[in-house]
Design a protein. Structure first.
Length: 62
Protein backbone atom coordinates (compact mmCIF):
# COMPACT_ATOMS: atom_id res chain seq x y z
CA UNK A 1 0.00 0.00 0.00
CA UNK A 2 1.25 3.42 -0.85
CA UNK A 3 1.24 6.14 1.77
CA UNK A 4 -0.60 8.38 -0.70
CA UNK A 5 -3.58 6.00 -0.64
CA UNK A 6 -3.84 6.29 3.13
CA UNK A 7 -3.73 10.09 3.04
CA UNK A 8 -6.31 10.20 0.28
CA UNK A 9 -8.63 7.95 2.27
CA UNK A 10 -8.16 10.03 5.43
CA UNK A 11 -8.83 13.21 3.46
CA UNK A 12 -12.06 11.76 2.10
CA UNK A 13 -13.09 10.74 5.62
CA UNK A 14 -12.39 14.26 6.87
CA UNK A 15 -14.48 15.81 4.10
CA UNK A 16 -17.40 13.50 4.89
CA UNK A 17 -17.10 14.33 8.60
CA UNK A 18 -17.14 18.07 7.88
CA UNK A 19 -20.21 17.68 5.68
CA UNK A 20 -21.94 15.70 8.45
CA UNK A 21 -21.13 18.48 10.92
CA UNK A 22 -22.49 21.13 8.55
CA UNK A 23 -25.75 19.21 8.18
CA UNK A 24 -25.94 18.75 11.95
CA UNK A 25 -25.25 22.33 13.01
CA UNK A 26 -26.86 24.45 10.28
CA UNK A 27 -30.61 24.23 10.90
CA UNK A 28 -31.50 26.26 7.81
CA UNK A 29 -30.52 23.32 5.62
CA UNK A 30 -33.46 21.38 7.01
CA UNK A 31 -31.86 17.98 6.37
CA UNK A 32 -31.04 16.50 9.80
CA UNK A 33 -31.71 12.96 8.56
CA UNK A 34 -28.75 13.19 6.22
CA UNK A 35 -26.39 13.62 9.17
CA UNK A 36 -26.55 9.87 9.67
CA UNK A 37 -25.80 9.26 6.00
CA UNK A 38 -22.80 11.59 5.87
CA UNK A 39 -21.60 10.48 9.31
CA UNK A 40 -21.90 6.85 8.25
CA UNK A 41 -19.87 7.60 5.15
CA UNK A 42 -17.16 9.23 7.26
CA UNK A 43 -17.05 6.18 9.55
CA UNK A 44 -16.88 3.89 6.53
CA UNK A 45 -13.89 5.76 5.11
CA UNK A 46 -12.16 5.81 8.51
CA UNK A 47 -12.59 2.03 8.75
CA UNK A 48 -11.23 1.69 5.22
CA UNK A 49 -8.20 3.79 6.17
CA UNK A 50 -7.62 1.55 9.19
CA UNK A 51 -7.90 -1.55 7.04
CA UNK A 52 -5.46 -0.15 4.48
CA UNK A 53 -3.03 0.70 7.28
CA UNK A 54 -3.24 -2.80 8.76
CA UNK A 55 -2.75 -4.45 5.36
CA UNK A 56 0.21 -2.17 4.62
CA UNK A 57 1.90 -2.99 7.92
CA UNK A 58 1.32 -6.71 7.46
CA UNK A 59 2.75 -6.60 3.92
CA UNK A 60 5.91 -4.83 5.12
CA UNK A 61 6.45 -7.38 7.89
CA UNK A 62 6.04 -10.48 5.79
Amino acid sequence: MKNDELWLTLTIAAVWAVLAAVYAFVPSLGMPGYVRVWGGGAVLFLLLAGLLTAIGRKARQG
